[in-house]
Design a protein around this ligand. Structure first.
Ligand code: ATP
Ligand code: MG
Length: 359
């Protein structure tokens, strides 16, 4: 079986973007691939954060994975910091990472500008090396990447090739390594079209964005956990009154009717896309149903669809959270499975890089 790894940071409430851009797709992938889904808590400390909140957020994020349908009998679900090899490999990889590669990362530029120089830790710069370690540790074949992570995956691939070149090849064979390569070079798995969810408000969450594949620079406003305004996102655990309120207040426009793909109507496109995803209808069906609606009628339709879709997830979430023994067992088992693969990789890397082995 080909292997797929992915994760979400426990940096706040999981929202529709994380759901449609990541977690919901995992549920389909776990049937076809050997899957590892983790809570990337080590990444969550790259910007200032509250230490008392971190462990709570990690448990809650894990419970959301399960509530959304990730099945621990099919996928390994674990917390990144429980598998020590992530940090170990990161150090080894960072010695092979040119600093210029990291300086070019858009997300670093953006986030460091927002946070201010005195607030920015070194980890924000080296974050992509940890992400490379997350992926390469498991010899992953595919990594589902949202648009915001394409550049980081590109760096992961470059780094895998560089390490294979520097320490693999003939040298690696002489050390008894097989296949001549230390790391498998992972491929991106592009999520289904339309699974990029924008902010509900235009507010201050604008980020500069560079699309590597189309080489376009543009401004977009992704729905994001770390955006300051909670009005800008629908969280999976939002109660129904809050969902209704957020949809009522979200940004719209003054054009007649509703349509997809009009560049002058990004909000309209986003809300119709959310409705399409949440209702499971085709684009054509949504056009038929909504093209002549006014905003009031559409907002009621969207609100009801969101509440209906999220209710069963919220019920399952409450069940999982009320049985902490179960969740802890799942995470322990997941970490055991993951450690087995990760330790083997990191041991190989130590060997290939020439470290003295231990007895
Ligand atoms: P943060 O603001 O802390 O970066 P985030 O909301 O961007 O949080 P991440 O933990 O960075 O979430 O990303 C988790 C996964 O969700 C990634 O696979 C990412 O591509 C995806 N994702 C995040 N935001 C969106 C979005 N608005 N639309 C689609 N996918 C998204
Ligand atoms: Mg993000």
């Amino acid at each position: 079986k080909k292997r797929v790894v992915s994760g979400v940071q426990p940096t706040g409430s999981i929202h529709l973007g994380n759901y449609f851009g990541a977690i919901k797709n995992w549920v389909a992938l776990q049937n076809t691939y050997d899957t590892l889904f983790f809570i990337v808590d080590l990444h969550a400390i790259t910007l200032p954060y509250e230490a008392q909140q971190l462990s709570k957020a990690s448990r809650s994020t894990a419970a959301i994975y399960l509530a959304c349908g990730v099945d621990p009998s099919k996928a390994s679900v674990f917390v990144q910091s429980h598998v020590r090899a992530h940090v170990e490999l990161m150090w080894l990889l960072s010695s092979a990472t040119p600093i210029g590669w990291l300086n070019k990362m858009i997300q670093f530029k953006e986030k460091s500008r927002k946070a201010g120089d005195e607030e920015v830790g070194v980890a924000l710069l080296t974050y992509p090396v940890l992400m490379a370690s997350d992926i390469l540790l498991y010899q992953s074949d595919f990594v589902p990447v949202g648009e915001d992570q394409k550049q980081h995956l590109e760096l992961t691939r470059d780094l895998a090739e560089r390490v294979n070149y520097l320490y693999g090849g003939r040298k690696w064979k002489k050390l008894g390594g097989r296949g001549g390569a230390i790391f498998k070079v992972p491929e991106p798995l592009i999520p289904p079209a339309g699974a990029r969810i924008m902010s509900l408000t235009d507010g201050l969450s604008k980020v500069f964005y560079f699309d590597l594949f189309s080489c376009l620079c543009m401004y977009i406003m992704l729905m994001s956990k770390s955006a300051p305004s909670d009005q800008s996102r629908i969280n999976l655990l939002d109660p129904k009154d809050l969902i209704a309120n957020k949809i009522k207040r979200c940004k719209t426009d003054a054009f007649p009717g509703l349509e997809f793909d009009n560049p002058e109507r990004p909000e309209c496109n986003n809300l119709l896309s959310i409705y399409q995803l949440i209702s499971g209808k085709t684009k054509e069906e949504v056009v038929q149903e909504c093209q002549n609606m006014n905003w009031g009628a559409f907002k009621t339709l969207l609100t009801d669809a969101l509440i209906d879709h999220l209710r069963p997830i919220q019920v399952r979430y409450d069940e999982i959270m009320s049985d902490s023994g179960y969740l802890d067992d799942v995470l322990a088992e997941g970490a055991r499975n993951a450690s087995e693969i990760a330790d083997a990789t990191v041991n190989n890397v130590y060997q290939a890089m020439g470290f003295l082995g231990r007895r």
